[in-house]
Ligand binder design. Structure first.
Ligand SMILES: Nc1ncnc2c1ncn2[C@@H]1O[C@H](COP(=O)(O)OP(=O)(O)O)[C@@H](O)[C@H]1O
Ligand SMILES: [Mg+2]
Length: 397
């Protein structure tokens, strides 16, 4: 705590601390000229690195006027302090909101849309944020979010040290840092990864990777697969889960090509999830998501596959109907022959939730990813046993 309550800086009278970040403290203050309440961010001007970040933040937000980017009202230096004056955002941070409970799919969609709007705008201007996380998202009210804290932002073409420096110092917040940052500088794709973590956290209430030290967390980002979000929150539908996991691909080439593409897929996944879960409908819905199977194809190849989908739709439906009738025949025959579900379990190797979890952790083949893969192979005229198993399991449940 800087303990500056009650003091006056320039014409700003400091009331009380609103929060503290990596390099600054933010106070609620009264602008004595306008009598408006404002938030004022104070950074020690004697600290070289913080001073640089402060200047960078002022420069960046002055260049990015957007309704979901928190603007600067004023800035300057007073004594040993740099100060940045911003509108006071009454409801605090998204982090404080998430401490109460995870968001619903719709609430998360609304925040995501506004943050993506802001981030895409920054990316389109060649600026990457590098510190997307709930404590840097401020909520004016339940329906208006601001992306804030551009203290780590940099231009795409800027040279500089990587996010994890030679001395092991981490620039950024490890829980939100993409795995490639251990050896590459940040780019738009690492911001998209952070958006994926944000979405995961909004819907489950926790981040997927957390170690006991910053480096341990980075190591998890690099080596571990996230627990499927729907295991933590069963209300998350399969198509939405696929969108989250796709944003969290370890290899940046497999992620969404832009923040906007992530948002569009999220919206489509919500629409797909609203449809009843019958075999035909779920196939059609996942086709609309335009997400390539996890780890299977590059975005370029995915485009080829999805552009040709109209050509393969008719034979795919015919094949599907054929496999459906075969499955039903098999089911009827087994019922007749063995009568009990236990006998079914013996004849069809079913996966329990624990097995699925273990399988996901060991191979990163999520049930959904596998489902999507099967749907793709099915649409090329092949049948996939895992999909058959999944369908069989649904019947038993
Ligand atoms: N405009 C604002 N209105 C209300 N609270 C704010 C505002 N700006 C920042 N804060 C609070 O201050 C904290 C730190 O601000 P931030 O800009 O993230 O600083 P840092 O660059 O040090 O991380 C935020 O997490 C939030 O709690
Ligand atoms: Mg911050």
């Amino acid at each position: 705590m800087l303990d500056l309550e009650g003091t006056t800086l320039s014409h700003y009278h400091l009331q009380h601390s609103l929060g503290r970040g990596g390099m600054s403290e933010v106070y609620l203050a009264t602008d004595q000229r306008s009598q408006q309440e404002v938030a004022i961010k104070l950074v020690n001007s004697g600290h070289m690195e913080y001073s640089e970040r402060f200047q960078r933040e002022v420069k960046t937000i002055s260049a990015l006027a957007h309704r979901h980017i928190l603007p600067a009202l004023d800035h300057g230096q007073h004594g040993s302090w740099h100060y940045l004056v911003m509108p006071y955002v009454k409801q605090g941070t998204l982090r404080e909101r998430l401490a109460k409970s995870p968001l619903t799919l719709e609430e998360a969609g609304e925040v995501l849309e506004q943050v993506v709007d802001a981030l895409q705008f920054a990316h389109d201007h060649g600026i990457i944020h590098r510190d997307i996380k709930p404590s840097n998202i401020l909520m004016q009210d339940e329906h208006h979010a601001y992306l804030a804290d551009f203290g780590l932002a940099k231009t795409l073409w800027a040279e500089g040290e990587n996010e994890i420096t030679q001395t092991g110092y981490v620039i950024g917040t490890p829980e939100y840092m993409a795995p490639e940052l251990v050896e590459q500088p940040a780019n738009t794709s690492s911001d998209i990864y952070a958006l994926g973590i944000l979405l995961y956290e909004m819907l489950t209430g926790r981040t997927p990777f957390k170690g006991s030290t910053p480096i341990a967390t980075c190591w998890k980002q690099l080596r571990e697969q996230p627990t499927s979000p729907s295991i933590l929150n069963p209300a998350i539908p399969r198509p939405v889960e696929r969108v989250i996991l796709h944003a969290l691909e370890k290899d940046p080439r497999w992620r969404f090509p832009s923040a906007r593409a992530l948002l569009q897929s999220y919206k489509r996944s919500l629409r797909a999830a609203e449809q009843p879960e019958t075999i035909l409908v779920s196939l059609a819905a996942s086709d609309q998501l335009d997400i390539p199977p996890l780890h299977a194809v590059t975005p370029q190849r995915a485009n080829g596959i999805f552009n040709s989908r109209k050509l393969i739709a008719v034979p795919a439906i015919l094949l599907l109907l054929l496999s459906l009738s075969l499955s039903l025949g098999f089911y009827a025959a087994s019922i007749t022959a063995q009568k009990t579900p236990a006998a079914w379990s013996a004849s069809v190797p079913l996966l329990g939730e624990k097995d699925i979890q273990r399988k996901q952790q060991s191979s990163h083949c999520t049930e959904d990813a596998c489902g999507l893969e099967c749907q793709c192979t099915a649409s090329r005229g092949e049948r996939h046993t895992a999909q058959t198993t999944k369908l069989s399991r649904r019947k038993l449940i």
